[in-house]
Design a protein around this ligand. Structure first.
Ligand code: NAD
Ligand code: TYD
Length: 347
């Protein structure tokens, strides 16, 4: 039993999405004294079933609402001791089709939460979940937390705006902000529009894998469990006003990733379909994680093992992704716009 006086009130925004749901499950399991409120608008990417295991947990409460709505978000922030702000529009390709929601949620939504945080009497941590994409494309070397921000697509620019806005609320009002910039995450329950779940589920069904451009773009893959452990550590030991890179140390070119997925599923390379490149496609992301390592964090998942486990999860859980890919009209419409005839013809 946990003493009621020692209960820590935690607000997680975007907790019905990929990383947020993994964090909620991880946090409830590792912090018996935490009571978590999940605030999520349930956009196309937010799914109640992601929280299935904890919806009946008395230490968890779900609130459907918009982070950009001060009437809903304000009181929740003001009651919290810890805020972990994941909620965002997150898909670069969607930001190229229509950036409006990215500004409203990622920038304005963060502003609404930060304003409320100024008046939250017990708040001791506000974790602004940013991304390595704020550094822009990295030709050589790795980005340190002091490097210039050069976001090159509307998603990355929205996240950079929120990242610096959060910093300004620490510098100006002493809101206890820390900012985290993680690399590309992978693992269970990632929406099947992002490259790993899209390619895995297409390969399972023997459908083409639409590889952008020459396939030589590099991403640094971080298992979502390792990300959650890093956030835990930073909530405990991070310093307010500081930025922390969180990278998996697994830089892989998209073409090699695609080959690995096909091999794990015993599918032929002829499924690869080169398509026209993404506009403004960042060539490479790479993070220097010295600062996080100094706090004692190390990723636990070797990339190939983590990828194998992720492929197995999608193979074993098609009841999770088939309704999205095969029934959800919004998904089908997006897929048609993105990969159908016209804009995305063969390279
Ligand atoms: P996701 O798209 O899977 O989930 C986003 C969640 O936010 C969904 O549940 C959605 O319903 C919710 N949401 C969207 N707009 C909202 C609003 N206005 N109000 C309340 N809830 C809203 O995203 P993800 O991949 O889990 O990413 C989570 C966070 O991590 C984001 O801030 C993203 O920028 C950041 N990030 C992601 C990655 C990655 O590789 N996925 C890497 C670095 C950083
Ligand atoms: P994505 O999962 O969209 O993440 P991000 O753009 O945030 O890094 O894409 C990862 C990489 O995979 C990126 O270089 C673009 C590439 N990609 C494809 O080649 N084909 C696809 O259909 C998608 C969605 C991505």
């Amino acid at each position: 039993m946990v003493d009621r006086d020692t209960i820590v009130e935690v607000l997680v925004t975007g907790g019905a999405g990929f990383i947020g749901s993994n964090f909620v499950l991880h946090a409830l399991a590792s912090h018996p004294d935490w009571r978590i409120t999940t605030l999520d608008k349930l956009t196309y990417a937010g799914r109640m079933e992601n929280l299935g295991d904890v919806l009946d947990d008395p230490r968890h409460r779900f609130v459907q609402g918009d982070v950009a709505d001060p009437a809903v978000a304000g009181p929740l922030v003001r009651d919290a001791e810890i805020v972990v702000h994941f909620a965002a529009e997150t898909h670069v390709d969607r930001s190229l089709l229509d950036a409006g929601a990215f500004i409203t949620t990622d920038v304005y939504g963060s502003f609404v939460l930060l304003e409320a945080a100024r008046h939250a009497p017990r708040l001791r941590r506000f974790v602004q979940i940013s991304t390595d994409e704020v550094y822009g494309s990295v030709d050589t070397g790795s980005s340190t937390e002091h490097d210039e921000l050069k976001p090159r697509n509307p998603y990355a620019a929205s996240k950079a705006g929120a990242d610096r806005l959060a910093y300004s609320y620490w510098a100006t009002y002493d809101v206890p902000v820390i900012i985290t910039r993680a690399s590309n995450n992978y693992g269970p329950r990632q929406f099947p529009e992002k490259v790993i779940p899209l390619f895995v589920t297409n390969a399972i069904d023997q459908l083409p894998l639409p590889l952008y451009g020459d396939g030589r773009h590099v991403r640094d893959w971080l298992h979502v469990d390792d990300h959650c452990r890093a956030l835990d550590l930073l909530i405990e030991r991070g310093e307010n006003g500081e930025v922390y890179n969180i990278g998996g140390g697994n830089e892989v070119a998209n073409i090699d990733l695609t080959h690995q997925i096909l091999e794990l599923l015993d599918r032929p390379r002829s499924l690869i379909e080169p398509v026209r490149d993404r506009l403004g496609h960042d060539r490479r992301y790479s993070l220097d994680t010295t600062k996080l390592h100094a706090l004692g964090w190390r990723p636990r998942h070797a990339f190939l093992d983590g990828l194998r486990a992720t492929v197995d999860w999608y193979r074993d859980n098609d009841s999770w992704w088939r309704p999205i890919k095969e029934v959800d009209p919004a998904y089908r419409e997006y897929y048609q716009t993105q990969y159908g005839k016209g804009d995305r013809q063969k390279a």
